[in-house]
Design a protein around this ligand. Structure first.
Ligand code: CP
Length: 310
């Protein structure tokens, strides 16, 4: 598809910011995926974001998300303003608001923000002129991760509705779980939460089970979630070996997967905790495919936001 035709299709997108999947319709979700695939098919010479700037405002660590935003922006011809919290004036006590507005006054069109506080991107979106993308806020949402997961599921299983998806592990602290739950359901999939009662919140209004072995036999997609030890208070489970015994995707459990089922993980992985090395590197694993789709989906998001702002 030619770039101009793709840009015309992007005009169906009406959101100035991308803050979460909860606010997106099924049509919005599918539009991002189709733009991602069409952009990937365009020649490298197409640079629809030339003259635009992306500010990567990451106050929490990231490998995949930040790198893929940078690659996506450069792929489309945009410049990137990188940010390192420890060497910035945030370390001298400058506020989030002043930092964002200071950088923005130098000319910024997109701000991709990652922050430990739920709602930080929403707060920022009310203060700045650029389009804000939530790159992960606390335990709330990580919408571009869910979008790249959707694209991966569709590419690997050939469809994106009528599937049974298990989200497994530390749901309580997982922004990936929330964004995926809301997105997958909008597209007509069944989502089950699997984990110990202390790590599966009741307010998510989704079926839950503690029987991981049974879940493995019944689901088309098994999405393992990182045990977020840095966010946990003591006492949510007895010990790591005990957690692995009941909720680790071990070599033995890998054999319980139904034929054709795929294993996902947003990364970073705790190998030997929620997922063993054999499972992470097996032919059921689509983990590196997820990473590759991160660049495609984030490029699509930047193009859609750019068209909505123009
Ligand atoms: N999945 C994810 O958000 O990974 P990073 O923390 O490395 O960005």
């Amino acid at each position: 598809m030619a770039l101009e035709a793709l840009r015309t299709r992007c005009r169906a997108w009406k959101h100035r910011h991308l803050l979460g999947t909860r606010e997106l319709s099924a049509d919005d979700l599918l539009l991002v995926l189709s733009v991602a695939e069409d952009l990937a098919a365009l020649g490298e010479e197409a640079a629809p974001l030339r003259g635009r700037r992306l500010f990567t405002f990451f106050v929490e660590p990231s490998t995949r998300t930040k790198t893929s935003f940078v690659l996506a922006a450069r792929r489309l011809g945009a410049e990137v303003i990188d940010f390192s919290p420890s060497s910035s004036s945030l370390a001298k006590g400058e506020s989030l608001k002043d930092t964002a507005r200071t950088i923005e006054s130098m000319g910024v069109h997109f701000t991709a923000i990652r922050h430990g506080a739920s709602g930080a991107p929403h707060f920022l979106s009310r203060l700045v002129r650029s389009s804000v993308v939530n790159a992960g806020d606390g335990a709330h949402e990580h919408p571009t991760q869910a979008l790249l997961d959707l694209l991966t599921i569709r590419q690997r299983l050939g469809r994106l509705s009528g599937l049974r998806v298990a989200l497994v592990g530390d749901i309580a602290h997982s922004r990936v779980a929330r964004s995926n739950l809301w997105a997958l359901r909008k597209l007509g999939n069944e989502v089950t939460l699997v984990g110990p009662p202390t790590l599966v919140p009741r307010d998510l209004d989704a079926p839950a089970t503690h029987d991981f072995d049974r879940a493995l036999r019944e689901h088309d997609v098994v999405m393992m979630l990182r045990l977020q030890l840095e966010r946990q208070q003591a006492g949510l489970f007895p010990s790591i070996p005990e957690y692995v015994r009941f909720f680790g995707l071990t070599r033995e459990r890998l054999a319980l997967l139904r034929p054709g089922a795929i294993v996902m993980h947003p990364g970073p992985m705790n190998r030997g905790v929620e997922i063993c090395a054999e499972a992470a590197d097996s032919d059921r694993s689509v983990i590196l495919h997820q990473v590759a789709n991160g660049v495609r989906v984030r490029a699509a998001v930047l193009l859609l936001l750019s068209e909505a702002a123009s």
